[in-house]
Write a protein that binds this ligand. Structure first.
Ligand code: SF4
Length: 354
């Protein structure tokens, strides 16, 4: 399937920094382990304005940890003033009541990532002790403030829990839905999605130990209604089908309209891969976007992406594309990853308890 050259940008994923207090074993951007690349405020404002001027249907801000951007409140306000719904992804590590209040009034959705059914698993997957408790505390703050604001007749952002499913994080998700939905009245949704083989999650240690098998992936997608039945307090439960990235899937078009912006203002040719097609600081968005669509239809890229029929195939294709099209800095970073033979996982007998 060719990507139509007329494809328009529907959504921007803007990563304003690669700084992050966590070290997740599946991090798609390798955040926290690389330079933060955070632009100075005047340049970052230019990137934000370029995104706003493109009039996307929505914008997602992630990272890294976007709440580490010193002027995030004002930045989010710019999107709100422009009438563009904003979804913010946070780990909840740097979070307090003040942040929750600001987010409630500024953004459409605040999504907190929880990647294990309990602190033992989550903290190991996310690489930092205490991260489960902080994520759940952030969700408690957000849902409490949402209830208070709603009672006063004020608008408040939707609150979502995003669960990236690794093999370690798969057991116990049914009970997690029951417990989290009971603990967090006011939570809108819990979304499960299999970890995708992008960034450090394409490396052999992760693929071997933590990437879901194809059977586990199908089982997860088919579990949606079973999981939804465990929720209380009106919490909606969905499972994202990671197969939408597979070029032969009828779901593939869903990802074609997403434009991913790196912290230095570069537009990625495709969100899943390290290829960059230029910077929003130097060229108009539509010029860069045409180049991104051209890249997706390049014969070598098509050969790689069309060879993907499973998550394991995808890991191999990611590896080939990142090593070919990454910048010199990306290639050096990836080579260090190779050299270290990164095995980030603790003893599996430990991580499955708790
Ligand atoms: S919290 Fe997000 S950005 Fe930070 S290391 Fe984890 S996956 Fe990467």
């Amino acid at each position: 399937m060719m990507v139509p050259e007329s494809a328009r940008i529907g959504r921007f994923c803007w990563n304003p920094t690669y700084a992050c207090p966590l070290r997740c074993i599946h991090c798609y951007t390798e955040s926290g382990r690389r330079a933060a690349q955070m632009l100075r405020e005047p340049e970052m404002r230019r990137v934000v304005q370029a995104i706003i001027d493109a009039r996307p249907k929505r914008v997602s801000v992630g990272g890294g940890e976007p709440l580490l951007v010193p002027w995030w409140e004002e930045m989010f306000g710019l999107f709100k003033s422009a009438g563009i719904p904003l979804t913010v992804f946070t780990s909840g590590w740097v979070f307090d009541d003040e942040a929750a209040e600001k987010l409630a009034s500024l953004v459409a959705t605040t999504t907190v990532s929880v990647d294990g059914p309990n602190a033992v698993v989550h903290d190991l997957v996310r690489g930092r002790a205490g991260s489960f408790d902080r994520a759940m505390a952030a969700l408690e703050r957000l849902t409490r403030i949402r209830r208070e604001r709603t009672a006063r007749g004020e608008d408040s952002c939707a609150v979502a829990l995003d669960y990236t499913v690794t093999r370690s994080g798969l057991p116990g998700i049914d009970d997690f839905v029951a417990e989290a939905s009971a603990r967090l009245p006011g939570l809108d949704s819990i979304t499960f999605g299999a970890a995708m083989p992008i960034g450090v999650a394409q490396e052999s240690g992760f693929v071997e130990h933590e990437l879901l098998s194809d059977d586990e992936l199908v089982g997860l997608v088919e579990a949606e209604s079973r999981l939804a039945a465990r929720a209380v307090n009106g919490v909606r439960v969905t499972v994202t089908d990671a197969r939408f990235f597979l070029p032969n899937s009828p779901l593939y078009d869903r990802g074609a309209e997403i434009a991913t912006i790196e912290p230095d203002g570069s537009l990625r040719a495709h969100g899943a891969y390290e290829a960059k097609v230029g910077s929003l600081l130097d060229e108009p968005v539509d010029v860069l976007w045409s180049r991104a669509l051209e890249w997706r239809n390049d014969p070598y890229v098509r050969e790689q992406t069309h060879s993907i029929h499973s998550l394991a195939d995808w890991a191999r294709a990611s590896s080939a594309l990142d090593r070919r099209y990454g910048s010199d800095a990306d290639k050096k970073r990836i080579a260090r990853r190779d050299g270290a033979k990164r095995v980030m996982l603790p003893d599996p007998t430990v991580r499955r308890t708790g």
